[in-house]
Design a protein around this ligand. Structure first.
Ligand code: GLC
Ligand code: CA
Length: 547
């Protein structure tokens, strides 16, 4: 058993999408002073760190993931003074700020790219990825993640540049040592400001070999991460989490293995790919297969234990709202949101809560593409229309998977614009804010909020959650997701009914204590040994049992 664990192994991280969190000056855009004004709320929730989505200077083609200056704050969000104040005040409340580092690409308005475009001889040219045309065409068929080709022709120099995302997001060339050094200096700039760590955007792409059609997991990826670690992270008490869409368990061991000196952990997406058709895009919907979901979680829980570290998440700013996706956002919204929370937060790893998840915020359906804001959605809409899909089918995909679902403003109360802004919100507030809002949650002791608050507390004070082993109960009904956590003499049983139907569960353990449950009337008296329980829709509980 490990004696002293790094802080992030018992921490829960809260993700803020600043544009939608809290507006302080009525321009309809969330900002840093707005976040500062809500620190008390976050402290009350109990989280230890905030992952702050990009707040840097950016033309906002991809809402901040197109950075034009890494060392300046976007004026919509405030000033560097505001940022320093946020870091300081959060620290006083025991909350660390995790910055979002976008290192795979910059904005086309970053001065490096503005220079690079001028000529082939420009000293910044090689900071980006350029290739000659082949027979007057793009060098190859490589596609952009946001639709179309990943190569954009540049007339001035008769070459193509690479953009794995939008044309306004040219890819950095990680083979260039000078560029890497500049990046490390920039990261140090933020470390000196006192941040608690970094989330590294699409980090699995930096080792790309585009002419060989290799994007994720390129040959030098881990060399770069080791170099980055030596140059900036080593010997500092930082949490680092890499976004790695391509990561398998074996890859995750490389990124996060205790002796590897790369990152603390990665975000992998295998569990969130289950409701898409195999080998197709996320827009190609498939029903959730619960057996598959169990298999994926079991694999990550069991195989990474001791040789790496998991991140645990249902949501982020790129994913639809989990209660709408795999819970039930109508009749069983509250109880299904709690079940999903309990299921995830009892596992080993570092849990992430995406803003609004803690009150069960739901997807926001649209009926016309004019209501969409996200570049990924808009590009896909156009592309699929051209390919002959019906509007109806495309909108169904958007409503199920579109990124705007998670990006609507936070619903603070039932007043004008849900208390998010006094002006016109940059993206429409979800119409259900009069029912679903933070003020209402705080006033109700049985709310989803208090389930999250309790889960965060449990993690802090129970080493079984950070260190215990994980074992699935195999002989249950498919709809029942149940597992044990065990650390020495402590053993917890987690039981979740992942369904809107009643399901039977055979309890064979000696129950000692109820740790948490999502129906408030669950009693120990009903929990004798060898009894068959009728689990109610989305019922979930955790009990301490005899080891
Ligand atoms: C990551 C971000 C996403 C962004 C993309 C390009 O996946 O989470 O929001 O669009 O990278 O930077
Ligand atoms: Ca504002």
């Amino acid at each position: 058993m490990e004696k002293t664990q790094p802080w992030w192994k018992t921490a829960v991280v809260y993700q803020i999408y600043p544009r939608s969190f809290q507006d302080s000056n009525g321009d309809g855009i969330g900002d840093i002073p707005g976040i500062i004004s809500r620190l008390d709320y976050l402290q009350f929730l109990g989280i230890q760190a905030i992952w702050l989505c990009p707040v840097y200077q950016s033309p906002n083609t991809d809402n901040g993931y197109d950075i034009s200056n890494y060392e300046a704050i976007l004026s919509d969000f405030g000033t560097m003074k505001d940022m320093e104040k946020l870091i300081r005040l959060a620290k006083q409340k025991g909350i660390r700020i995790i910055m979002d580092l976008v290192l795979n690409h910059t904005s086309d308005q970053h001065h490096w790219f503005v220079e690079a475009q001028k000529s082939k001889e420009n000293p910044y040219r090689d900071y980006y990825v350029w290739a000659d045309p082949i027979n007057n065409h793009a060098p190859n068929q490589l596609g952009s993640i946001f639709g179309g080709r990943a190569w954009k022709y540049d007339r001035i120099t008769n070459q193509y540049y690479l953009h794995l995302f939008s044309e306004q997001q040219p890819d950095l060339n990680w083979e260039n040592q000078k560029m890497r050094t500049k990046i490390y200096q920039m990261i140090n700039f933020w470390i000196q400001k006192g941040v608690g760590g970094f989330r590294l955007d699409v980090i699995d792409l930096i080792g790309k070999k585009p002419l060989k059609m290799i994007t994720g997991n390129g040959p030098k990826l881990h060399n770069y991460l080791k170099e980055m670690n030596r140059s900036v992270f080593a010997e500092k008490d930082l949490m680092t989490v890499g976004e790695a869409g391509s990561a398998t368990v074996e890859d995750a061991k490389k990124y996060s293995g205790p002796d590897r000196n790369e990152l603390s952990m990665v975000f992998q997406f295998e569990h969130l790919a289950i409701d898409q058709q195999l080998g197709k895009e996320k827009w190609d919907l498939a029903p959730l297969n619960l057996e598959k979901l169990k298999q994926v979680f079991v694999k990550w829980q069991v195989e990474l234990a001791g040789s790496g570290w998991n991140s645990l998440f249902w949501n982020n700013h790129d994913q639809p709202r989990i209660v709408s996706r795999w819970g039930n956002d109508k009749q069983y919204r509250v109880v299904s949101a709690k079940m999903l929370a309990i299921l995830l937060h009892m596992m080993q790893g570092t849990p992430y809560i995406y803003q609004g998840e803690e009150i069960g915020m739901t997807n926001r359906p649209i009926t016309d593409i004019s209501e969409a804001d996200d570049i990924e959605t808009i590009n896909m809409y156009q592309q699929r229309l051209n390919e002959g899909y019906s509007k109806q089918a495309i909108l169904a995909s958007i409503n199920a998977k579109g990124r705007d679902n998670a990006r609507t403003p936070i619903q603070w109360n039932d007043e004008l614009n849900a208390g998010f802004t006094t002006g016109k919100p940059w993206l429409a507030v979800n119409q259900n804010y009069q029912v679903i809002n933070i003020a209402a949650e705080l006033a109700n002791e049985n709310s989803i909020f208090y389930t999250y608050q309790k889960l965060i507390k449990l993690r802090k004070s129970n080493p079984i959650l950070s260190q215990g082993n994980f074992k699935l109960l195999e002989d249950t009904k498919t709809e029942v997701f149940a597992y044990y956590r065990q650390l020495e003499n402590a053993k917890w049983l987690v039981v979740c009914n992942f369904s809107d139907q009643i399901n039977e569960f055979n309890l064979t353990d000696d129950v000692e204590k109820v740790i948490i449950s999502d129906y408030s009337d669950l009693s120990l008296a009903e929990m004798g040994k060898n009894i068959s329980l009728q689990l109610r829709p989305y019922e979930a509980f955790v009990v301490a049992v005899k080891a």
